[in-house]
Ligand binder design. Sequence first.
Ligand code: ZN
Length: 508
Amino acid sequence: MQYTYQYAVIIGIDGMGNFNKDTDTPEMDRIFGSGAQTLSAISMYPTISAQNWGAMLLGANPEVHGLTNGIVSENEYTNGSLPSLFSKIRRAFPDALLCSYCNWNPINHGIIEHNADVEMRTSEDDAELCAMIEKCIEKKPKFLFIQFDEVDGAGHRYGYGTEGHLNQIKVTDGYVGRVYDAYVRAGIADDTLFTVIADHGGYLHGHGSYTDTEKYIYLAAAGKTVRKGNIPAARTKDINAIILHAFGLEVPPYDPLGYSAQVPANIFDGCGADYVDSPAGVKAPPHSPSPEITGGNGLLKFFDKEDMSLAAFFDNSLDDELGKTDLYAEGTVKYYSEGVRGSRAEIGSIGTLKADNFRFENGFAAALWIIKDTPVTSFVPVMKFSGKEKSSSLSLGMTPEGLRLILSSENGNSEEFETPLPSDTAKDKIHLIVSVNPQDESVNVYVDFTHIFSVRYITGYSFADYSADFSLGDRGANYLLNVDDLFIFGRNIETEEMNKFKNYYSIV
Ligand SMILES: [Zn+2]
């Protein structure tokens, strides 16, 4: 029996963590029951998709590859000093069929080189993707990378570990069985290395931090040379070395500042004994939750409940802490652990948040944190108040240079005002306030609690006795918008009040 494999497949299950232990997975049991498995492999920190799919396909720590969800959504992967697994296999097998079939297309777009002649396919429907994969396997791909995404979607929607999440794991287990059976039908199962891996788990409705249910993941391998038993230690990134080894390719030496994937022990005979049990990622900072609104340093110590229409902390929900307004998502909202306080919400190209039928008698304002992991390269819509019954609208967005305010009047006039951001504005997060004062017919914009911009709107705009629908983010836009702490006030905000915000956020 030859030591190396003719074929290999990675079946990636986004957001499964090791929750498969809590439900029935007859297909994975059938395929991997006689293989090597672990429920305590470890996700790289932070426990987020791009950081971990990046670690797997590049064989490097997240702080080395530097990829984030925003970066891989917007940029093609071109880092020649850190070639992907596909490029390495391509170099060794110039004519081989290499395929990547992903529901979450940013993997194809932003983690795999586009010059490695990889057949890339995507579908935002796991069932449809699975049917495409079955067809693909008929062509006997040398290497096939698969990412199913709906388990993570169910975790974000229903909560990780809940019935809705576990049911989706069961459904996906069926897809794993169909993939395996397609290899059997193609007549190549005996010479294929099968692997299943999750990128991270989750906690409540989100992930990103390093609690046990976020960081522990399932990893399994099955194939002609795989030992039966438990894998003692592994990281997500190690799948890279497992595949190289299976193809008989050189696994580069462990380098925490470069390629650092290793073949874990107890998968292949005579391999992995020198596994370096590298630090379990960066120690996560403790969750610093959003303070209770009525607590000592809570929101209502600084602002009057009567003045506010909405306070959303995005801590695993869209709940309005004031209980006044129904904020809802069109498309998807995903929660990640590192907000300004508590969790943040990822929207924008994946979803729009909406709240309907605000009624502002004498001005209004909105305050929001934006957390940025990629530069703004074109106009990004942030928030919009759309006046009802043909009355005026106001929207605020980001441009590469700064901010753009757009006012539209009831009689069809529209005006745009641009302002640069102050040069000392942090690149990774900014606090925005837009405030409308119908008394002096002004719109004021504050960045990081400093007034930067004021416009007097011309006659024809009307924001007094104002009825409007509100939206945050825009799923038609090509930008993942990460936000935290949306507060909407039913009055204008004065410059003198900036200390209240500073104190609330303890930035003095
Ligand atoms: Zn993920």
